[in-house]
Design a protein around this ligand. Structure first.
Ligand SMILES: Cc1cc2nc3c(=O)[nH]c(=O)nc-3n(C[C@H](O)[C@H](O)[C@H](O)COP(=O)(O)O)c2cc1C
Length: 324
């Protein structure tokens, strides 16, 4: 085995890890250096009790951060072998990374790595140009490479059926005042290191919209017009739905998002039909697939936008205190 990871390895890779998506940009992760290993931990203080009572969203976000961490380490010539949830006595410890045999980073790792700082949730309407067949294939491959599946909704009726499930989940969530006030608390009108900037919130939703938007910010738009012609809508799913499966799904989510970015595509996420258990079950049955839906994605050709803020790396690192 190689020598252990150092604080320098962790600090450099954490800059990329924190670029991962998270529910309401809560950034619910910590990174710890222990005995030459890098550990990824869920930060329970940053879970959203009303929106994410089970901690699914925290594990998805930490899985996405883990994918960035793995990729950054591989590209730095310090590839990792990963164990998920290595210690049952510490359920918040989601992954431990140890240095693996040295090798050159693959071209795929290099292009995914280059996409990390360019990826962001694009909630603006997409252009009508269809997502090319080779990009669709690459997106599916990205999910499969991380032991997950990506089901593309082909045709107006498949998208409409999913939209119906998503809208009804959205209505259920909107009836809960605690859910609404959580969203308001994480919506930022002024610059902040976390939360969703109002400028990133996308346009206000309209009753005729096929897909429900989460309701951040809500820029005005012409009433009565369709949001966009027909985006590519996809459902990402995992084999099971244990805590480990959710961390696996988070890694797959990030690989799919970075693959989309690398292909010049934009994406946004829609998790209302995952957060409401009856909607998730309906979605699972409507897809007729084994396994569990973990995220709905909207993918297409986007207008320019920019990445959202993050806390500094020092806010999320636990490094051993140097001996005097
Ligand atoms: C588990 C999870 C669920 C999410 N659900 C939604 C959603 O329903 N609607 C939405 O607009 N964004 C959703 N997002 C995206 C986050 O709001 C976004 O990642 C965060 O604000 C950071 O912004 P960025 O993606 O531009 O870096 C979700 C992200 C994660 C990881």
């Amino acid at each position: 085995m190689d020598i252990g990871y150092t604080a320098t390895d962790l600090r450099a890779a954490a800059v990329d890890a924190v670029r991962a998506p998270s529910l309401h940009n809560t950034q619910p992760w910590r990174f710890r250096l222990r005995d030459g290993g890098i550990e990824v931990l869920a930060d329970p203080d940053r879970r959203l009790p009303a929106t994410d009572p089970s901690g699914w969203g925290v594990r998805m976000a930490c899985g996405a951060a883990l994918f960035n961490l793995r990729t950054a380490l591989a590209v730095a010539g310090r590839p990792a072998s990963v164990r998920l949830r290595p210690d049952p006595a510490e359920p918040d410890l989601l992954a431990r990374l140890l240095p693996d045999v040295q090798r050159r980073p693959s071209p795929a790792e290099q292009s995914l790595y280059a996409a990390i700082p360019r990826r962001f949730s694009n909630r603006m309407p997409f252009w009508p140009d269809p997502v090319p067949a080779d990009a669709r294939w690459r997106l599916g491959e990205a999910a499969r490479a991380e032991q997950c599946w990506l089901e593309l909704m082909i045709g107006v009726s498949a998208v409409a059926a999913l939209g119906e499930i998503a809208r009804s989940a959205h209505r259920v969530l909107e009836r809960d005042p605690a859910y609404r006030s959580e969203r308001e608390r994480w919506l930022r009108q002024e610059s902040a290191p976390d939360g969703v900037p109002a400028s990133a919130g996308g346009p206000r939703s309209e009753p005729q919209d096929v897909l429900p938007t989460r309701g951040f910010g809500g820029r005005d738009r012409a009433p009565g017009r369709d949001f966009e012609p027909e985006p590519l809508v996809a459902v990402l799913g995992s084999v099971g739905n244990t805590a480990v499966d959710q961390v696996v799904a988070g890694q797959a989510l990030q690989r799919v998002l970075l693959t989309a970015t690398d292909a010049g595509l934009a994406a946004s996420l829609l998790s209302q039909p995952i957060e409401v258990p009856s909607a998730r079950q309906q979605l699972r049955l409507s897809l007729g697939r084994f396994g569990t839906p973990q995220m709905v994605l909207r993918i297409g050709h986007g207008q320019p936008g920019r990445p959202t803020p993050r806390r500094t790396v020092d806010d999320v690192l636990d490094l051993p205190v140097p001996r005097p």
